[in-house]
Design a protein around this ligand. Sequence first.
Ligand code: SF4
Ligand code: SF4
Length: 451
Amino acid sequence: MDIIKAIKEAGVVGAGGAGFPTHIKFNTSIETFIVNAIECEPLLETDKFLIREHATALIEIIEKLKMHLNASRAVIGIKDKNTKEIEALKGAIKKQDASVEIKVIANYYPAGDEHLLVQEICGKSIPPTGIPLDVGVVVSNVATLLDVKNALEQKPVISRTITVTGAVKEPTLIEVPIGTSISECLNLAGGVTTTNYTVLLGGPLMGHECTKERVETSYVTKTLGGIVVVESDSYLITMKRLPMHHIIRRTESACIQCQMCTDLCPRYLNGHPLYPHKVMRALGMHERNLEAMISALICCECGVCELYACPMGLSPKTVNQFIKKELLAQGIRFEKTENLKYEPHEMMPYRKIHTDRMVARTGLQKYAGIHLNEVRLYKPSVVTIALKQHIGVLSKPIVKSGDFVAVGSLIARNEEGTLGANIHASISGKVTVGLENIVIEAVDQMEVLDG
Ligand code: SF4
Ligand code: SF4
C-alpha cells in the first residue's frame, strides 16, 4: 500500500505535540528529515524506553521515510545524557548500514522545541508562526515513527506508552489502550501519595492541568506520553492558578524591567521579534503598544520567562497566553514578513538553561532521577475514545450505539477533504456513540464475533 494512504488509514497523528495528522505532514518532499528524540519535558522516560526497545525498527522506518520524503539527510536529535539510547541507535545504524545521522544535543530546556531543534541541526531559524517545512524540514518524534511503522503493517493506532510519575507510589511506564481513564493510569502506578494533588498531562512544564476531580473523566489520547502528579500547592500549580487580576496587579507593582524574561526567552534568542518584557511593560504601565502585544502571538509558552528567568516571580508566559486569546478573539494575527531572514542571537549558545536547573527551580527535584526500564500492560473494561485527538475537525463515527466492534476496527473516519484522522477501536466490545466520544465496553470475544 502507498505510504501516505497507509498512514491515513491507521489514523497516525503527531504523538509528541498537538496531534497534527501525519499523512498530511509526510505528503511532501524536503531537504532534511529530523527525528525529535529529545524528550523535552523533564521526568518523562517514554521516548527513551521506546528507543532502547525499538532502535532497529526506528532506524528502518527512518530510512524508509527519508527515501519517501526525498530528503538528503535524516538526523536524530538526542540529548547527550542519553548514552544508552545513543548506543542503541548507533548499533542499529551500523547493523543496517543506514544513512542516518545522530546529532547529540546538550541537556537544556526546551531543546525539543521544533524551532530550536531545527536551529541546532540545520542552522536555520524557522520564521515566527512558521513550521519546519518553511525551511525545508520535517520533524517527527519517536512514538509517531513507531506508529508509522505499524501503519505500514496495517496496524492502526490503538494504544500509548506513557510515563506515570511524580507524587505516585511506584513511578512506572504503562502501555494502555487509547481511551483508558487517567485514574486507572494512576492506579497502575500504585496510586497517588498525596491527597491534594493535580495531574499534568503531557509533562510538568508544558502539560495540561487535570484536576483531581477530573481524573475519572479524562482519558488517554493519541498525543499523551506522560502523566505527572504534583501537589496542588506546589510552585508549578500555584503559578498556573494565579488569577489574571492578581497577575496584572503584581506586574504593575513589581516588574522592574530588568529584561531577564526577554534575555532568556528561547524564541527571542532564535531571532524572533518577541520581547516579553515589553509586553509586561505595556500591561503594567498601561502603555498603548500594540506591536508589543502582538508579539505575544509568537510565544511558544515554554515557560522559561515565568518559571525560571523572572527574579520577581512574575508571569510573562501567562500574560502572553491571556493577550493571545484576546487578540485572536478580535481576529488579530501576527503578520508574517515575506523573505525576512531571522538570525539567532549571538548569545544563544550561552543562554541555554540546563534541564536540571529548570527542575530544581520548579520544585521537581524530589521526583527526578528515576529511570524506568519495564512497561506494565493493562486492558481496561471500558474505554472512552475522543473523536478529536488531533488538529482539525471531529472524526465522523461510522458505528452506532449498540454495535459490537473488534479491537483495531475503524470506528470514526476523517471525512475526505477535511483536516483530521481516523479513529479505531482500542478494545473489543459494545459501542455507545456520544457527541464528542465513543465509549466501548468490553464484552466476551465470542459475542463480538457473533455481533
Ligand atoms: S524578568 Fe520579570 S521583572 Fe524583569 S522585565 Fe521580565 S517580567 Fe519584569
Ligand atoms: S513562554 Fe516566555 S520564554 Fe517561552 S517563548 Fe514565551 S515569552 Fe519566550
